[in-house]
Design a binder for this molecule. Structure first.
Ligand SMILES: NC(=O)C1=CN([C@@H]2O[C@H](COP(=O)(O)OP(=O)(O)OC[C@H]3O[C@@H](n4cnc5c(N)ncnc54)[C@H](O)[C@@H]3O)[C@@H](O)[C@H]2O)C=CC1
Ligand SMILES: CC(=O)[C@](C)(O)C(=O)O
Ligand SMILES: [Mg+2]
Ligand SMILES: [Mg+2]
Length: 348
């Protein structure tokens, strides 16, 4: 593994140069990779594996939308698409890509098929880390490994098709065969990762749950709403409030941050903006820091896991989620956004 310096801290990473696709193909040539679940990560990882020449089959319950999608994507019933039980039987590496809640429900079925020498693969540290709540305790004879793409399965696939690669973390929980490391790194490269950084199941789930509740998804919506509401209350129009809260960020400024960092984005804005941003950034940091402390504590105590398991294991959880997503969708802020997006010349 290559040692690299991240802002003064040395870490080991695996790059495609060091572990090229040909090496991944060689490592996995005798394996049957069974992707269990065809939701968001399932298709992204299964299609990238298939396009990378890896022997991959899909196990998905039917009838379901996901089963139909697997057929649309070219998986063939009885050849490369099976019931979950059949795929579990055939696979030597079981990629457990059901939703985290469904993983709990299906676990007894999966466990039964985990004969010695197989590998159990996750894309999240959830099931293993919170095993006091999930009861996911793998048998001793199997490798237990993780590759967690740091982004949506949709982006994993899109990036792959564009010749780019999403970063993933990887971890080994149990190395029963002595091959766990080669297996996990080969899988990480073969699912289309740009590069891989090492972690543990626990650190993966703690950071992931914090990130998605925090700056990636939860906090960002809260921040948008707070600013949008203040602008609206003070007489600004929806289009002005939306442009100044979201559109400029996603269209103009975040791409600059992605390209070259925050200081570079700042440097490409007016000195007026830079002065103000530098003056206000610490106030915002200090205002939200206690919320992030609460959040991390809630993740580390297992409370977030419990909330997620409790709600996602209700039979009507999808319907309820859809109602909440519809509320977001129908809010003035995101309706203003819909109108603004239509006005982008490339969408006209
Ligand atoms: N959504 C994403 O892009 C990311 C997900 N992950 C992780 O990847 C794993 C898979 O997540 P997603 O792809 O989001 O899952 P998902 O919510 O899209 O569901 C995956 C599959 O589970 C099946 N399923 C749900 N309930 C079931 C049940 N009771 N019995 C049988 N099958 C059932 C669905 O049919 C679907 O095919 C999770 O561990 C998640 O945390 C990690 C990184 C990003
Ligand atoms: C896309 C991703 O990595 C998330 C936000 O952590 C998730 O979907 O769980
Ligand atoms: Mg997540
Ligand atoms: Mg994540």
């Amino acid at each position: 593994m290559a040692k690299m310096n991240f802002g003064g801290v040395e870490e080991s990473v695996v790059t495609r140069d060091e572990f090229p696709l040909a090496k991944a193909q060689e490592t996995l040539k005798d394996e049957v990779i069974a992707v269990i679940g065809y939701g968001v990560q399932g298709p992204g990882q299964a299609l990238n594996l298939r396009d990378n020449g890896i022997n991959v089959i899909v196990g998905q319950r039917k009838p379901s939308k996901s089963y139909d999608k697997a057929i649309e994507d070219g998986f063939v019933p009885g050849e490369t698409l099976f019931s979950i039980e059949e795929a579990l039987e055939k696979g030597t590496i079981i990629m457990y890509l059901l939703s985290d809640a469904a993983q709990i429900e299906l676990w007894p079925t999966v466990k039964e098929k985990l004969t010695p020498g197989k590998a159990l693969y996750f894309s999240h540290g959830f099931g293993i880390t919170y095993n006091d709540q999930t009861n996911i305790i793998p048998p001793e004879g199997v490798d237990v490994i993780l590759v967690a793409p740091k982004g949506s399965g949709t982006s994993l696939r899109r990036f792959f098709l564009e010749g780019r690669g999403l970063n993933s973390s990887f971890a080994i929980h149990q190395d029963a065969t002595g091959k766990a490391r080669d297996r996990v790194v080969a899988l990480g490269i073969a699912v289309g990762s740009g590069y891989l950084f090492e972690t543990t199941f626990k650190r993966e789930v703690y950071s992931d749950l914090t990130g998605e509740r925090g700056s990636l998804m939860g906090a960002i919506q809260g921040l948008f709403e707070a600013q949008y509401n203040v602008l609206r209350k003070n007489g600004h129009s929806p289009s002005e409030a939306f442009n100044e809260t979201v559109e400029e960020l996603t269209q103009s400024l975040m791409p600059l941050v992605a390209e070259n960092g925050m200081d570079w984005m700042y440097a490409n804005c007016s000195t007026t903006a830079q002065r103000g941003a530098l003056d206000w950034k610490d106030k915002f940091r200090d205002a939200v820091a206690p919320v992030f402390e609460d959040l991390y504590a809630s993740v580390a105590s297992g409370k977030e896991a419990k909330l997620s398991i409790d709600s996602n294991s209700q039979p009507d959880y999808r319907e309820k989620l859809e109602v909440e997503l519809a509320e977001l969708h129908d809010s003035e802020l995101w309706q203003a956004g819909k109108q603004v997006r239509k006005l982008r010349p490339e969408n006209a």
